[in-house]
Design a protein around this ligand. Structure first.
Ligand SMILES: C[S@@+](CC[C@H](N)C(=O)[O-])C[C@H]1O[C@@H](n2cnc3c(N)ncnc32)[C@H](O)[C@@H]1O
Length: 424
């Protein structure tokens, strides 16, 4: 069928309409006239395959990567880099209108470099016929796409791909595993390996012995959750310095790190500014990780209470605070237990700052915030649909949208990082 693509929607699909049916066409761009055929049908909706581009839309460009379209990592390489943020705003608007019934004001758009920005990639290893293949998963499947270089990955990561392939072949893997090299701002790498590697001690040693590697940590959960560590896998990571400058954290790559190290300070500064975190401001920070946002807000003079599930990450945040002569209250807890924790339940913060995983705040935490005597909430979200669901709960309890920013942490992909400030 011939379809004119009207716009992009959630997950980077182009949509067009035929006879009242919406067609979802992957790898299409607004304005394209395409030939597509149905793959799956639902009432009113056709999931299609792109067969041919008959007329390119105005934003279409030639993808740079030879495995683009096959690899599951990128979804927007066929769209001009400078158009992607505006198209993501349109997608965000659509999701907010559909799920939260909100008309979004124009967001501030923060962008960085469109290529070589990922400081962390997850390579999958699959043992096969006595050897081991490493690469990324294909679109919508676990088929392996082998790569020599990934154009959105940091040069330091691309430089170690051949050595990683060679190391993986010696790791005596028995079942699938992952290898995540993480590049610090000093160019040094830490590596984390998880899964069916034969002997984690041996695997950590092989990885840490590679040139340019500071250290490696490896675990095989089927043999217990103990980590084998060789060298020092920690990486240096820049964040906002609380006053317009930068500061450098030392992070353990076994815990969460932002994937775009270069744009991380701008993300953290946007959140700090939206939260008005400054001297005397009481901040309750949820999903604090290893302090990537805690440190900037504490440096700006705010009184921060930070809540995080991962105890090791929070201990790291404590060390970073101590190294700078700063104080903050750090609580290892699940955010869902906020109301049940007497210390947290009695807090009256000026602002709550939350940076949840893709699942969002979730109904329990969102309703807990809605019930608190609270007038300001800042949420950093990497998934518009769960953000929309959380906003619905908060706006039903009297909050309104005050400021919004789209920080394009993931160019060439459909991922959308949003920071919202809500006031009541
Ligand atoms: C998106 S990361 C943000 C971390 C930090 N703000 C940063 O920028 O590095 C989300 C964090 O939430 C933590 N987390 C996930 N579920 C949680 C829960 N239910 N309660 C508390 N923390 C949770 C994860 O361990 C992770 O550190």
């Amino acid at each position: 069928m011939r379809i004119r693509i009207e716009k992009l929607v959630h997950q980077g699909m182009g949509i067009g309409r035929i006879d009242g049916h919406v067609w979802l066409v992957p790898l299409s761009a607004p304005g394209d006239l395409v030939e597509a055929s149905p793959v799956r049908q639902r009432p009113g909706l056709v999931e299609a395959r792109l067969d041919a581009i008959l007329e390119p839309g105005p934003d279409r460009v030639e993808p740079v990567c030879p495995v683009y379209g096959r690899c599951g990592g990128c979804h927007l390489q066929h769209i001009a880099c400078d158009r992607q943020p505006a198209l993501k705003v349109d997608v965000l608007r659509d999701v907010m209108r559909r799920i939260a019934k909100i008309d979004l004001p124009q967001p501030i758009i923060v962008t960085g470099r469109p290529w070589s920005y990922r400081c962390r990639v997850e390579l999958h290893g699959i043992p096969k016929n006595g050897g081991t293949r490493i690469g990324f998963f294909a679109r919508h499947s676990r088929d392996m796409v082998e790569i020599d270089r990934c154009p959105i990955a940091d040069d330091a990561l691309n430089a170690v791909v051949p050595a990683l392939r060679e190391a993986a072949s010696r790791m005596r893997a028995t079942s699938p595993f992952t290898i995540e090299p993480v590049a610090g701002e000093d160019g040094q790498l830490g590596i984390v390996a998880r899964g069916g590697i034969g002997d984690p001690v041996f695997a950590a040693r092989i990885l840490a012995d590679m040139p340019g590697i500071r250290g490696a940590a490896a675990t095989n959960p089927s043999r217990g959750h103990r980590w084998a560590v060789e060298g020092n896998p920690e990486v240096s990571f820049p964040t906002d310095g609380g006053n317009g400058g930068l500061t450098t954290l030392v992070l353990d790559p076994r815990g969460f790190t932002q994937a775009n190290r270069r744009l991380n300070p701008a993300l953290a500064a946007t959140i700090r500014e939206f939260a008005l975190a400054g001297p005397g401001i009481k901040v309750l920070e949820l999903f604090a990780g290893a302090g990537n946002l805690t440190i900037p807000m504490a440096l700006a003079g705010a009184d921060v209470t930070a809540v995080e599930l991962n105890r090791e990450a929070l201990l790291r945040a404590g060390e970073e605070l101590k190294a700078r002569g700063l104080n903050a209250i750090l609580k290892t807890a699940r955010v869902e237990e906020l109301s049940a924790d007497p210390d947290l339940a009695s807090l009256v913060p000026d602002v709550v700052v939350a940076d949840p995983p893709r699942t969002g705040l979730g109904p329990v935490a969102a309703h807990a915030l809605a019930r608190m005597p609270l007038s300001h909430v800042v949420i950093c979200s990497c998934e518009p649909s769960t953000l929309a669901r959380d906003l619905t709960v908060l706006m039903d309890s009297g909050f309104r949208l005050d400021r919004i920013a789209l920080v394009d942490m993931f160019p060439q992909t459909f991922h959308i990082e949003t920071v919202v400030s809500l006031v009541r």
